[in-house]
Design a protein around this ligand. Sequence first.
Ligand SMILES: N[C@@H](CCC(=O)N[C@@H](CS)C(=O)NCC(=O)O)C(=O)O
Length: 197
Amino acid sequence: MTETSPYARKCRVLIREQGLTSRITEVEAPPLNDPAELLTSNPLGKVPALIRDDAAPIFDSPLICEYIDSLDDDRWIPASGAARWRVLRFQALADGMLDLTVGRRIELTRPDDKQHDYWVKRQESGIGRALDLLETEADKFAGAFDLGAMSIAIALGYLDFRYPESEWRNGRDRLAAFYGKWAERPSFQATQPPADA
Ligand SMILES: N[C@@H](CCC(=O)N[C@@H](CS)C(=O)NCC(=O)O)C(=O)O
């Protein structure tokens, strides 16, 4: 994991929410340095990856979260039915926002003559539409403590971290109030990315 990866943060928050910190050790593995332990666990070279004692390593935050969730009785992913699809749909939307926000940042860290305004605008439009949908549908997740709601809060926190000029709270009072509640939780406080990263 890294302290700045929002995908790793999903798993790190879930570990804390489910009281599993004594069973799962977090190891810093900056993916761009290609650490051997990461590459042997995840050939894709991305964090997070989870090494298990008794079985093959797993990767991709939705899969790792599903695994972590199975270790505890307090389920953050409903096993079946409409509730399951609601949670997984919100997780997919939040993860898609992360993909767009990460992609935008990568684009903007290229030298000026290699940046493509077209892609930055496309990424920003997708983030804006996702935020609008979440504001409209806030009643479906705002009171929940599950993987869908948590993933949305992670994506909003990542906007504050890497795209603060989005001013995503403007005109989105329900989303702002929702995020304010999550940001106070000990699991979020303990996994905040370093301010200078
Ligand atoms: N779909 C993956 C995305 C993971 C991901 O892209 N992680 C980034 C860090 S934020 C990474 O490792 N990037 C290194 C690379 O792309 O080579 C997940 O949900 O875990």
